[in-house]
Design a protein around this ligand. Structure first.
Ligand code: ZN
Ligand code: ZN
Length: 214
């Protein structure tokens, strides 16, 4: 089974690469990638504003379907079912994992013996551990599952803030994440839009008041 990946070979250098995928191990899934978000993180790496070892295969906002199941994968996963994939190894045993900071898993950082770095969502197929895949609503458009990671970032950040209904939230910057923050917070909180939001086309988004900045 071959996968075609988009690989960054250095700053500003990108190419398609074909790689043979290894046979599925226990508790692994083969995922047919349907959509993958392009996050600022990958753009920064491409532009040399953030460093990652090259070659690098980005793509961490991954949505796809289960194409094949390895041995031991629970019956909750069925072939063809849509999933959001958080492609991030975690051992669940090291200190960061036990403290809930599995994005800093020591085993993940130690696993640098691959041919490339990165989560490898920019591909037509990828292999993930079953714990990295989250079953997604089959009635929703599959590309919505690519929003799981950015929405999780926004809701987690809001959860960490001590906010109560009636508080005013200032969202600086009305890019994709800014709009997610506004969406995630507006159900309970009064919103003040940033200057950027009110003065651009975002200000006319349905449900968001356009504030009179001058
Ligand atoms: Zn992201
Ligand atoms: Zn760990």
């Amino acid at each position: 089974m071959k996968a075609t990946q988009i690989q960054f070979n250095g700053v500003g250098q990108m190419e398609y690469v074909e790689r043979e995928l290894p046979p599925l191990k226990e508790n692994q899934l083969l995922i047919k990638v349907e959509t993958c978000g392009l996050c600022t993180w990958e753009r920064y790496i491409y532009e040399g504003l953030e460093s990652m070892p090259f070659p690098f295969v980005g793509g961490h906002e991954i949505a796809g379907r289960v194409a094949e199941k390895g041995k031991g994968v629970s019956a909750n996963f069925k072939e063809g079912m849509p999933v959001a994939v958080a492609k991030w190894l975690r051992c669940n045993e090291c200190e960061p994992c036990r403290r809930g900071y599995d994005n800093f898993c020591e085993a993940n950082f130690a696993a640098s013996n691959r041919e490339y770095s990165g989560p490898a969502g920019f591909a037509d197929y990828l292999i993930c551990n079953s714990y990295e895949a989250y079953p997604f609503n089959p009635d929703a458009p599959i590309h919505f599952a690519s929003l799981a990671e950015p929405v999780a970032c926004a809701t987690r950040a809001l959860n960490r803030m001590v906010l109560v209904p009636g508080d005013t939230v200032v969202v600086m910057g009305a890019g994709f994440m800014g709009i997610l923050f506004m969406s995630a917070s507006r159900s309970t909180l009064r919103l003040t839009l940033s200057r950027e939001a009110s003065s651009s086309s975002f200000g006319s988004l349905k449900g968001f008041p356009s504030l009179p900045f001058s």
